[in-house]
Design a protein around this ligand. Sequence first.
Ligand code: FAD
Length: 574
Amino acid sequence: MSDKQAEQQIELEVRGMTCDACALHVTKALQGVEGVLQVHVPGWTSGQAMLSTRPGIDEAQLVSAVEKAGYRASLRPPIPPKLGGSERGPADAPEPPPADAQDFDFDLAVIGTGGGGMAAAIKAAELGRRACIIEAGVLGGTCVNIGCVPSKALIRAAEAYHRAGHHPFAGVHTAATGLDWPALIGQKDQLVGELRQGKYEDVLASYGDRITLIRGWARLQPDGAVALDDGRTVTAARIIIATGAAPRILPLDGIEDVAALTSTSAMALSQQPRSLIVIGGRAIALELGQTFARFGTQVTVLQRSPRLIPEHEPAIAEALADYLREEGLAVHTGVKPLAIRQEGDEKVITAEADGQRREFRAEQVLMAVGRTPRTAGMGLAEAGVTLDAGGFIVVNEFMQTSNPRIYAAGDVTQQPKLVYVAAAGGGIAAANALEGNHKRLDLTALPDVIFTDPQVAAVGLTEAQAIAAGYDVKTTILPLAYVPRALAARDTRGLINLVADRGSDRLLGAHVLASEAGEVIQTAALAIRMGSRYGFTVSDLREMLFPYLVQAEGLKLAAQTFEKDVTQLSCCAG
Ligand SMILES: Cc1cc2nc3c(=O)[nH]c(=O)nc-3n(C[C@H](O)[C@H](O)[C@H](O)COP(=O)(O)OP(=O)(O)OC[C@H]3O[C@@H](n4cnc5c(N)ncnc54)[C@H](O)[C@@H]3O)c2cc1C
């Protein structure tokens, strides 16, 4: 009998996990049990742990290890031998009631045509079901129209403008006038239009009558139907809510009388502002703040927390703040805005900083302080859909709401506000809604990128999270000045910070501040995922061949610095 055949597959239901650190905490607790060969917790939302063990292991010990770690566990019936993957056999969560196609206009009604809704409708069509997708606004939702696409187009243009005095959008920079703002905004809009047409309108059309697009604002009815604002009603066996989120506006004193910009209106300004106060210190605030600054606007960032991007490694947050200041942005942390007023052509923010009142003035104020879910007025409470304190829809690991007929995905839920999370969730929600709860969203090793320059990219645990999760943590920080690609590009701003478990030598987190860090991070995401599933280690990463010179080679070099002094690293010889 091979070693593989001598393994036993066990699945535990784990309750009480509330974050990525919990998932790793549970993994570590189970790895410590004698006879456990492999543990896979596919994200904290999964509520499960899948184990490969020696036959005859005392299952009570597994339950007790999880409970000692502070969670509750129970055994699930045996699962097929395959470990990992988010496609799972039938689970014991509540199954949605059977769909009787005869009774409804559609098998599935999806509300919202953003990344989440589109993925849901397409999945339904692929499963041979009749779906409708309802849209109140512009087709395509946030990402293509007012989010990822326009912001990244402007960021790229600003980068090139900043570095070379011209940028790739044809004819928007002239020696005589500097930046041609209307042309820049116009070409950004053109790109948005092209992508909306190609990736949303044409894609929907290609599904013919398998996906019916319905225009209108949808509201759930107590009888389970979906009412539209023009009086029509749609019925469907299952419903998916993918209505996204809108910019949050701080309730500052005076906000009713002074129009502050949001990310949406900032990217559509007909005139470039001379000066701009950005309230907020996370991704959208810093991406847009740096972009405006690079186009020549005088930018002041006001961040309430003691540091920018507070969820990221402190060394990265501090270095990024320094780089932004070097470019001329005024970055203030620990500042709490209280009031806003208009004085002539200036907006004035009164804020509290270090116990003192301070005023900040600029032509425009941009609020980038998070997103608020689009759930208001949709009849969700009456439909039995539970919302959290912030109004976000609560879903279980199957993307199902507290009403078993209704699923939700994307920014309207409590999940990370990223379009690839929305799309993955939408597809899973549709599959579960139509075929029973078989799939879970696996957010293990979720990479996240902030498109500043240098970029911030992160995956897995920070050092503080790893310590809190009980790991025997080892960390290393490699300044970008040791990465040949960065040296050749004459841009050594940044660092690579790795977090690993000393005992298992597994990578737990990677935090990169570097030009094109977003291209680097996926290698680290793979290393973390392969570590949790197949035991891939930091030594394995160190031994892999990386092309010379690419920025991702920095990961290998950083992995080497766990063992070696950075000054002993010889080029690609290691
Ligand atoms: C400035 C900015 C930059 C971003 N950059 C990135 C990035 O670089 N990478 C990334 O991954 N993510 C980025 N995001 C986040 C990303 O855009 C969102 O996570 C994603 O678009 C959410 O998709 P969704 O399907 O949940 O919702 P949305 O895309 O918001 O779609 C919801 C749709 O539902 C419609 N709707 C709402 N209520 C109703 C109703 N009652 N009836 C009918 N229709 C309704 C809306 O009109 C909308 O079209 C960015 C966001 C912003 C704002």
